[in-house]
Write a new protein. Structure first.
Length: 596
């Protein structure tokens, strides 16, 4: 179905039409319309245009006004326009236009959000923890941001292919598998009954132990070290026995990852987990092609790619190392092979990498190498969505009390526990099970929202007290706004009052403000999909909940003395707000429980 234009888009179109009628050479020019506190909208594009044609901006603005149909000429959209300042247009719209536009949105299941005109194929690389290791807050960010961006792009109709590039390859697996060969029962399960979070905890505990014991053996026993190194060669050449043990370790890790994803309420599908190992067979070709094309050169035995602008502190160039002098491949080779696969086989036109900003130099060099090698053709964009560091309250990278990097599960547990306190306080007649279910939605939502509501390149402080606060820019505040509307709708329905738009009713100031903010939803989602900036959607939703709060203060919905039509119209605004909150939060991967 055709999308429902916003009121802002309608006004924009009219001003643009009037502008090109007033000044034919300005046809197609942008009148630069934006929301304004002075009037509903302000257009200030006349300033630059008048300058370009050496005219007077106030005069040009005046000519535009003459060509704009207004309310008194039987038009239901524009209520008034005036020229102000050096040549701005202040434009106010009618109450009727606001309600009519919102009613059309209300009738559309996509709430007016259009699909992309020409959807492409995006491969998004996110949530890439490392096998046999704990997940930490960095993996939280990658998972939460990647999940939100995936949802937003898919909602636009983009074909999105997810790639969880887990760290499942490398020399440490020689050590781990060799230890398993010598101690075959090391990873055996005590019981087969464990599942869920417990199963995840047990799995990572086993892996941590395996890691510890094999590491200490590796460091103290030279002969074991030699056997471990030989084992790497066997692993990389596909020796079956070694591969089987390696698989055991990977599968054990996946149990742990999955338990964490379940708790995080993020859907990660096994088929999308394509780790570093998957590119093993392609690495020889990467090397061969880079070397024969001259993109990479041998330097002290290693195969390197050099860049004019990448130098170490002493001024010597820092190369990207594709193959080490001992013949081993590293992280860079795998990423290059992955690019060839994603562009060549998966036909991606956009490659996204949701990865810590501390890996930015790596990606810059990898992308540049791929461009030189012709693996990233023109028209294919590759972009790292680099995120900042999660900090503790002391402003330093988040650490547990023991000084290790904080375990993700511990943080999530703490958030859910904190949320349970908040939910219990507010809960009237909720059972323990209901409280637990809500606490999970509130606690996990709080963690996700805190992450998504700051611009991703910035660091942020992991502060649970602030995250679960009922006031301020938190998911809990948004979830309460949603639940509150649901409760109003339920009470109204019990008294047989239903949401219904009444375009002929005059609107109170708080209703107009809420309505005009609702009008911006579709454009906000489109802009967020374009720029990969979920924090702008979070900011929009927070603004929406704030407008709703003001609206409640001034506009009783169902109450003695309120006209039935006014009640219906206000319920309609409430319901549209609720649906917008729900849709917006869902795009961020956050639940909106209907009772809190
Ligand atoms: N496994 C890496 C880490 O934990 C992140 C992988 C990022 N993705 C990539 N294609 N290099 O730091």
């Amino acid at each position: 179905m055709a999308s429902v234009p916003s009121l802002a888009a309608t006004v924009h179109q009219r001003v643009a039409n009037a502008l090109s009628a007033a000044l034919p050479e300005a046809a197609g020019a942008d009148p630069l319309l934006r929301r304004s506190d002075r009037a509903d909208f302000q257009a200030n594009g006349m300033l630059a245009l008048a300058k370009r044609v050496k005219g007077n901006p106030r005069e040009l603005a005046g000519q535009v006004v003459e060509r704009l149909p207004q309310d008194d000429q039987d038009d239901e959209v524009i209520a008034g326009i005036e020229v102000s300042g050096p040549g701005f247009l202040n434009i106010s719209v009618t109450d009727e236009a606001i309600v009519r536009t919102l009613a059309a949105r209300y009738a559309d299941e996509r709430l007016g959000v259009p699909r992309a005109e020409r959807p492409g194929t995006t491969v998004i690389d996110y949530s890439q923890p490392n096998v046999a290791k704990e997940m930490h807050v960095g993996h939280l960010r990658s998972t939460v941001i990647g999940d939100a961006i995936t949802r937003i792009l898919e909602h636009q109709g983009e074909h999105v292919i997810r790639r969880h590039h887990i760290g499942d390859w490398g020399t440490q697996f020689g050590m781990l598998t060799q230890y398993l060969i010598e101690h075959p029962h090391e990873l055996d399960h005590a019981s087969d009954t464990e599942g869920g979070t417990e199963g995840g905890e047990a799995a990572i505990a086993r892996l941590n132990r395996l890691y510890r014991v094999s590491r200490s053996r590796f460091e103290s026993d030279e002969e074991f070290k030699t056997r471990a190194r030989d084992r790497v060669v066997k692993l990389q050449s596909g020796d079956e026995e070694t591969l089987a043990l390696w698989h055991k370790i990977v599968d054990e890790s996946k149990i742990y990852f999955q338990a964490t994803y379940d708790q995080l309420d993020v859907e990660i599908r096994d088929a999308d987990v394509v780790g570093e190992s998957a590119y093993n067979d392609a690495l020889q070709d990467v090397v061969k092609d880079l070397e024969s094309s001259g993109v990479a050169v041998r330097s002290d035995g290693a195969l390197c790619v050099f860049f004019d602008d990448v130098k170490g502190p002493d001024g010597t160039p820092t190369p990207l190392i594709v193959q080490k002098s001992n013949g081993g491949f590293g992280y860079a080779a795998t990423d290059l092979a992955a690019i060839r696969d994603r562009v060549g086989k998966l036909s991606a036109d956009t490659l996204l990498y949701v990865v810590d900003a501390r890996q930015s130099l790596h990606f810059r060099m990898v992308f540049e190498t791929a461009r030189r090698a012709g693996w990233l053709p023109q028209g294919t964009q590759a972009r790292q969505l680099a995120f900042g560091t999660v900090l503790g309250k002391d402003g330093r990278p988040f650490k547990s009390r023991e000084g290790e990097s904080a375990r993700l599960v511990d943080l999530l547990d703490a958030a859910v526990e904190r949320a349970a306190v908040v939910v219990r306080e507010k809960a009237q007649d909720l059972s323990e099970d209901e409280i637990a279910a809500l606490a999970a939605q509130v606690g996990i939502g709080a963690v996700k929202y805190a992450d998504l509501s700051t611009s991703m390149s910035r660091d942020y402080v992991f502060d649970l007290d602030r995250m679960v606060s009922l006031t301020g820019d938190t998911s809990v505040y948004l979830q309460y706004a949603y639940a509150r509307i649901q409760s109003i709708l339920r009470r109204a329905a019990a008294g047989d009052v239903r949401p219904l738009a009444h375009p002929h009713l005059p609107l109170a100031g708080a209703e107009r403000a809420l309505g005009l903010h609702l009008d911006e939803f579709a454009a906000t989602v489109a802009a967020v999909a374009e720029s990969y900036e979920p924090h702008k959607l979070a900011a929009y939703l927070y603004g929406l909940a704030s407008h709703l709060t003001t609206f409640y203060e001034h506009c009783p919905v169902v109450k003695e003395g309120v006209e039935p039509a006014t009640s219906e119209n206000r319920l309609f605004l409430c319901d549209l707000t609720a649906r917008t909150l729900h849709q917006g939060m869902a795009l961020l991967g956050i639940r909106t429980p209907s009772r809190l």
